[in-house]
Every structure is written in C-alpha cells, then in structure tokens.
Design a protein around this ligand. Structure first.
Ligand code: ZN
Length: 69
C-alpha cells in the first residue's frame, strides 16, 4: 500500500496534531484502535521546532471513504 503524504501540520486540528483524531478523516480515535504514523518534527520559519503525533484509523478503506466526503 502506498504511503500517503501527511498534510502540513498547519492544516491539522489540534486534536489531529495530538493523535486524538484521525489525520485523514478527522474522526475521534478510540484509545488503542489507531495506527501510529510516527512522531513528526516541524521547524516553523519563526520559533522553536516541535513535535506532533499523527494517527490514522485502523480501517483505512472506511477512513479513505470518510475523508473523500
Ligand atoms: Zn480516519
């Protein structure tokens, strides 16, 4: 399966940056039922770099369908 390019962190909601909501379809993720996409380091043009923690749904087919709506 191709790896999807993560959206820029500036487009992500706070809940998505914290891994509480899916990075693609924005659904609220149940604890333990999501895929960790790995911590991402962002270096803004101004200010200090920071980390964010995108996660996605386990059911990627249903997720893609929701994201396309
Ligand atoms: Zn999703």
């Amino acid at each position: 399966m191709p790896v999807r390019q993560l959206p820029p962190v500036s487009d992500a909601l706070e809940q998505q940056q914290r891994g509480w909501a899916c990075i693609w379809c924005k659904i609220w993720l149940p604890v333990g039922l999501s895929t960790d996409l790995g911590q991402q380091r962002v270096t803004p043009e101004t200010g200090a770099s920071y980390l964010w923690f995108p996660r996605e749904c386990l059911d990627t087919a249903a997720c893609a369908k929701r994201a396309a709506q």
